[in-house]
Design a protein around this ligand. Structure first.
Ligand SMILES: NC(=O)c1ccc[n+]([C@@H]2O[C@H](COP(=O)([O-])OP(=O)(O)OC[C@H]3O[C@@H](n4cnc5c(N)ncnc54)[C@H](OP(=O)(O)O)[C@@H]3O)[C@@H](O)[C@H]2O)c1
Length: 263
């Protein structure tokens, strides 16, 4: 029996990029997957393309509306009680200067990346605590460790995840429930195309540097190993050097960031 064959894994943002690649990676290892995102039809197609499609389920939802999300999840207790591993991955980025970003666009990023992840985690936490077992993965970013131009609200939302889930991890110290932050640098996904501009519309543009990033599959393999080895925090991709610079040589970090042309 493999590590994954008795695990049910709930992945948010499973219709694209890192979430989709993680669904494929874990299904291949024998896990049963619950796929969530807003696009029900895309989720269905992905489910049927996975090995053993009958073992997997879709749960379409919008994480940006906490009230509706809470209501929906209150009707899914049986499904939620089966979750062993939660991959809190749904997210949206930003490509706007701070003074151009409407408050609505900033709030949408916060609702999606932060409150969405909080509501999702709180829906499975009571069951994990009852079983005294479980694992929660948080898709963060180097922007969860430092600020970066054109991403003020995105960076704020990812920083907020660290504050919240690090506190939760400390509260769970007597339990067998683990939490892992995954901080990938650039991964070749639609994240920059879907990123919000100041007026709240999608940027619809692929960042040059993102196109040269690691593949979603490479990121999914790292996520799999992080759960298997219960790693508290993982950095990957070239951009991780900036995390260390920010931590150990902040003056040099500021010098470098001033010279990077952001996109
Ligand atoms: N790509 C990178 O370079 C990179 C680097 C560091 C961290 N990350 C993080 O990795 C995670 C996944 O991003 P990605 O790169 O795979 O981007 P992506 O290809 O744009 O995928 C984003 C996923 O989130 C879902 N989503 C967005 N808004 C949602 C909402 N309101 N409700 C439910 N689902 C929603 C999307 O599905 P629907 O459209 O179907 O709802 C999609 O499945 C994000 O948290 C991102 O911040 C990415």
């Amino acid at each position: 029996m493999s590590f994954w064959s008795d695990k049910t894994v709930w992945i948010t943002g499973a219709s694209s990029g890192i979430g989709k690649a993680t669904a494929i990676e874990l299904a291949k290892k024998g896990a049963s997957i619950i796929l969530s995102s807003r696009r029900a039809e895309v989720l269905k197609e992905i489910k049927s393309s996975l090995p053993n499609p009958e073992r997997h389920q879709t749960l379409p939802l919008d994480v940006s509306d906490s009230q509706k999300l809470t209501q929906l999840l209150s009707t899914k207790t049986e499904l939620l009680s089966s979750v062993n591993v939660l991959i809190n991955n749904a997210g949206i980025s930003q490509r706007a200067l701070t003074w151009d970003a409407s408050l609505d666009s900033e709030r949408h990023i916060m609702e999606t990346n932060y409150f969405g992840a909080v509501v999702i985690a709180k829906s499975v936490l009571p069951y994990m605590m009852k079983a005294n077992n479980g694992f929660i993965v948080i898709l963060s970013s180097p922007a969860g460790k430092f600020g970066f131009p054109l991403r003020s609200s995105y960076a704020a939302s990812k920083h907020a995840l660290h504050g919240y889930f690090e506190s939760l991890r400390a509260e769970l110290k007597e339990t067998n429930i683990g939490i892992s932050f995954i901080c990938p640098g650039r991964v070749q996904t639609n994240i920059s195309k879907n990123a919000l501009q100041g007026d709240g519309s999608a940027s619809n543009s692929m960042d040059e540097r993102l196109a040269r990033g690691i593949t979603p599959k490479q990121c999914a393999e790292v996520i799999r190993r992080a759960v298997e080895q219960r790693k508290p925090e993982v950095y990957l991709g070239r951009e991780q050097v900036l995390i260390y610079l920010h931590r150990y040589a902040p003056w040099l970090f500021r010098w470098v960031v001033k010279r990077i042309k952001p996109n």
